[in-house]
Design a binder for this molecule. Structure first.
Ligand SMILES: *[C@@H]1O[C@H](CO)[C@@H](O)[C@H](O)[C@H]1NC(C)=O
Ligand SMILES: *[C@@H]1O[C@H](CO)[C@@H](O)[C@H](O)[C@H]1NC(C)=O
Ligand SMILES: *[C@@H]1O[C@H](CO)[C@@H](O)[C@H](O)[C@H]1NC(C)=O
Ligand SMILES: *[C@@H]1O[C@H](CO)[C@@H](O)[C@H](O)[C@H]1NC(C)=O
Length: 373
């Protein structure tokens, strides 16, 4: 069965292979043939992923009396709720984000958050003044819990100051851990570890409340979470960066437009998966603007090494099958095309030579007074 890929998947990326000569464009119609699109083959399902509920809180402490706060909640990679303290009200960013809790429960949660923010502001200002911290500064807090497919869960509270890890909460032990060795972090750790009631409340919030809300959001947001966008994949060749790999050609497999995030991309050499090592490199999974993801995987090869190469993509949207995109040497920039051009040029030269010689002979034929050889 053949897979239809988006139009952008069919042509070599001209920006990335600047040496790509114009004959490549003449070959484009060839790339529209089904056998250039990539085949689907059966593949084992990807393991189910863990789900995470994450609350992010950013405070800017301008001075001792002025603080700005912004907060948001994310279920996996979906923004579900936000709050800024012009009103300090919870805003719902998904149609289903309000379901799962009753209006009374939302009210209680909002009050709890206000109470927490008030204490946070007070505690941070107290520490800053006692320790002579310079204003302004920024704090970032991530409160999260994750639920694993095996039924276990974990909770985290992590705080950073001016972009650097500062302190975190060990939810299992119920204690605070300094993430820096400096006096400020150690002082804060000791101060917080003395507030046993806060630690017990936080432990409960992370282990019970957060997980219960996570499960509830997952139930109501399942359609958004289970959204499936099929990857579009293409293979092209480019010269490696000057100080890069020792090989003279990089095969690039560009995979984009997929959702959810988990994906497996592998290079096959003569049908066998190329193991990890210096020949392989990957961009890692990067976000697109439309809440899909992209990834590039490169393989360093020697041109004309006589092997066949293909990129294999496995993703949940492909219904237990995988995309297989072969690299066709004669289409990409590289020796295949170079040989093709050379042969083509030779053929043109030969034809031109024949024509020229026959025309010359023609002239000779009509030139009067000249004997033939
Ligand atoms: C504190 O910062 C805010 C916002 O930058 C400013 O409007 C206010 O005047 C400052 N107050 C003091 C006492 O410096
Ligand atoms: C934060 O705390 C400071 C000092 O305790 C206080 O003056 C200020 O009004 C508080 N700001 C907010 C938004 O609660
Ligand atoms: C459950 O899965 C998580 C994440 O994959 C793992 O870290 C944890 O050790 C597992 N726990 C058990 C009891 O299998
Ligand atoms: C989402 O969950 C609801 C209620 O549990 C269920 O009726 C629905 O079929 C689920 N949708 C998907 C796409 O799984």
């Amino acid at each position: 069965m053949w897979v239809t890929l988006g139009p952008s998947s069919r042509c070599p990326d001209a920006r990335l292979s600047p040496a790509s000569p114009s004959p490549a464009r003449m070959l484009l119609p060839l790339l529209l043939l089904p056998w250039a699109w990539g085949a689907r083959t059966a593949s084992p399902p990807l393991p189910p992923a863990s789900v995470t509920l994450r609350l992010l809180q950013i405070n800017v402490f301008h001075n001792t009396s002025s603080t700005d706060m912004e907060g948001m909640a994310l279920l996996g990679d979906l923004e579900t709720h936000s709050m800024d303290c012009s009103t300090c009200q919870i805003r719902f960013l998904q149609p289903w984000a309000q379901r799962g809790l009753t209006p009374k429960e939302w009210q209680d949660l909002e009050l709890l958050i206000h109470h927490y923010l008030f204490n946070f502001n007070r505690t941070v200002n107290r520490i800053a003044q006692q320790q002579g911290m310079a204003y302004p500064f920024v704090t970032q807090v991530s409160v999260s819990c994750e639920f694993h497919p095996n039924g276990t869960s974990r909770g985290f509270y992590e705080a950073a100051v001016n972009g650097e890890d500062f302190i975190s909460f060990d939810a299992d032990a119920g204690t605070w851990v300094a993430r820096q060795g400096d006096k400020l972090a150690l002082y804060t750790r000791d101060l917080l570890n003395h507030e046993r009631s806060t630690a017990i409340t936080l432990q409960f919030l992370l282990r019970a409340t957060c997980i219960n809300e996570l499960k509830s959001f997952v139930r109501y947001g399942n359609e958004s979470l289970e959204r499936q966008e099929r990857p579009v994949a293409m293979v092209f060749a480019r010269a490696p960066p000057p100080a890069g790999t020792p090989a003279s050609l990089l095969l690039v497999c560009r995979v984009t437009g997929f959702y959810p995030r988990p994906i497996r991309v592998a290079w096959l050499q003569d049908g066998e998966e190329v193991g990890p090592g210096g020949r392989l490199s990957s961009s890692g999974i990067l976000p697109n603007a439309d809440l899909t993801y992209q990834l590039r995987s490169s393989l360093a090869v020697e041109p004309g090494d006589g092997h066949s190469y293909a990129c294999r993509v496995e993703h949940s949207s492909l219904g237990g099958q995988s995309l297989l995109i072969p690299w066709e040497q004669s289409w990409g920039w590289g020796p295949g095309l170079a040989v093709g051009i050379t042969l083509g040029a030779l053929a043109v030269a030969a034809v031109a030579g024949v024509l020229w010689r026959s025309r010359r002979r023609g002239y000779q034929d009509v030139r009067p007074g000249e004997s033939r050889a």
